[in-house]
Design a protein around this ligand. Structure first.
Ligand code: ATR
Length: 288
């Protein structure tokens, strides 16, 4: 007999990716649940690289109610959805899957809803850290799913300039074409990573996956001035290679742990209709 979360003492949620062992999302969601008095299970789920859809289907069969999606499955999650939020449709990527109970019965799987909370998570963390973009010169490194997910909210902050630099320039140019309609207040340009003009930027965001292999990006020294902020959307136990690059040149550096907590809080809200307080969970993560 199929089970349903409504019949369970706990509703089941999770984060799906490959690799997934490093994920802090279970800790974050369990902390949110404890804080808000909800009873739920949230686990890390490893999907084979060629088995994302099957793993999601099995999770739903077991009564799973929602999934966070991480590397490398956000585009596949997007393709799986029957309905998408406007921001997920814009991003072309989904990091939050919602499986509402099917009114026709447990044995018929209902529609899959998709959203993307990465962009709002980044902006929430910027607000928390006091990083302002209005009228600023911003450099976004990378043009993959992570960049695509945050571009609309970045442009909504109306930086004076937003330059996307990517190893393959063509991919960065494609992002310019896709988001140009949102850039009426911003000089919105693209270039290759190795042709970034040697001039200072106020905020430099790393959305490449180069750090996963400890690769230092080939960036000009002149990108940093006295008040430059560098922000790595990745995080680890130690400051990332990109953060260390910025710090060594006098920049203030942040990792993506705050963004992770904020996007999780937004997903939590989508699933449970409750906004958790992110501050104690940030503190918990920094302490562990
Ligand atoms: P994600 O969803 O994390 O963005 P992705 O879509 O695979 O993952 O994108 C990875 C990004 O990191 C891309 O911008 C990629 O550059 P290319 O489009 O040229 O491949 C960038 N990237 C990955 N490894 C890199 C490296 N060693 N040096 C520079 N850029 C790198």
């Amino acid at each position: 007999m199929l089970t349903n979360a409504l019949n369970h003492p706990h509703s089941h949620y999770g984060v799906i990716g490959n690799p997934i062992g490093h994920s802090r999302s279970p800790l974050i969601h369990q902390a949110f649940a404890a804080q808000t008095g909800l009873s739920l299970i949230y686990t890390a789920i490893l999907a084979p690289l060629d088995g994302f859809e099957a793993t999601v289907a099995a999770f739903r069969q077991e009564g799973g109610r929602g999934l966070n999606v991480t590397v490398p499955f956000k585009a596949q999650a997007f393709a799986l959805c029957h309905t998408l939020s406007e921001r997920a449709a814009r991003a072309g990527a989904v990091n939050t899957l919602i499986f509402p109970p099917n009114p026709q019965g447990d044995d018929i799987q209902g529609e899959i809803q998709g959203d993307n909370t990465d962009g709002v998570g980044l902006l929430q963390d910027f607000a928390f850290q006091g990083i302002k973009l209005l009228g600023k010169k911003v450099l976004l490194l990378g043009a993959g799913g992570a960049s695509r997910g945050v571009l609309a909210p970045l442009l909504a902050e109306q930086p004076a300039q937003l330059r996307i630099a990517n190893r393959r320039e063509k991919t960065a140019q494609a992002l310019i074409a896709d988001f140009a309609d949102l850039a009426d207040k911003t000089a919105f340009t693209a270039c290759a990573l190795d042709t970034i003009p040697a001039e200072p930027f106020d905020v430099i965001i790393n959305a490449t996956s180069a750090g996963l292999s400890d690769t230092e990006l080939p960036l000009p020294e002149a990108l940093i001035h006295a008040d430059t902020v560098v922000y790595d959307m990745a995080y680890g136990h130690e400051p990332t290679v990109f953060m260390r690059w910025g710090q060594a040149r006098g920049a203030q550096a942040f990792d993506g742990l705050g963004m992770l907590v904020e996007q999780a809080a937004q997903s939590f809200y989508l699933w449970h209709g409750i906004c958790p307080d992110t501050r104690p969970v940030r503190d918990l993560l920094r302490a562990t």
